[in-house]
Write a protein that binds this ligand. Sequence first.
Ligand code: DCP
Length: 198
Amino acid sequence: MVYVEGNIGVGKTTLLQKLAEKGYPVVQEPVKLWTDCNGVNFLDLYSKDLPKWAFTFQTLALFSIWHEQAEACGNQPIIIMERSVHSVVKIFALNQFKNGFLSLPQYLLLEKLSQMLSGRFKRREVFIYLHTTAEEAHHRMKLRARSEETGLSLQYFQQLQEILLGWMTKEEKLQLVVNASQGPQEVFRVVERFLQVL
Ligand code: DCP
């Protein structure tokens, strides 16, 4: 499993689209499901009221990412995924816990569920981290103007960035850090070179 991580808006989706065009087996994040789950837009509810919806949304993110991964696994020797069950907990839920939007029992439950779900995959795991400054990621998010994200502040991006940088220094499975301020084509080239020798 190759997991592509990074702040919101750094270009993970674009990278995975390019890899898919080249024939790599990729699993995109199930954002569509998050915006229409039996007619409910959970991403919107959550972005507008983090304290109320953080636990619901992170539970949805966790199970839907895991489900996509399980569906795709089959006999593929390598799968490239946008995010992972790990980042749901170690990045997003941790940030929400620090902000008081998740209680400790809720955070610990998500952590336990994530461990149970990821334990089902007996595959080698590798992380790729796409890095920009929080300011640049926030700027890109504004340019793409996803309606659900209009309320996300620069401070929120800075908090995620701080957690991502802390995670980077500890994560033994992190194998590639890419400067995602470069154009998407250059990011793609760096990642493709890495995948060829993986
Ligand atoms: N999100 C979240 N918690 C998660 C996963 C995602 O709050 N566990 C939110 C953050 C964004 C939206 O879902 O508002 C999509 O986030 P991603 O950063 O995963 O995907 P992007 O499409 O923003 O990535 P990129 O622009 O890099 O392609």
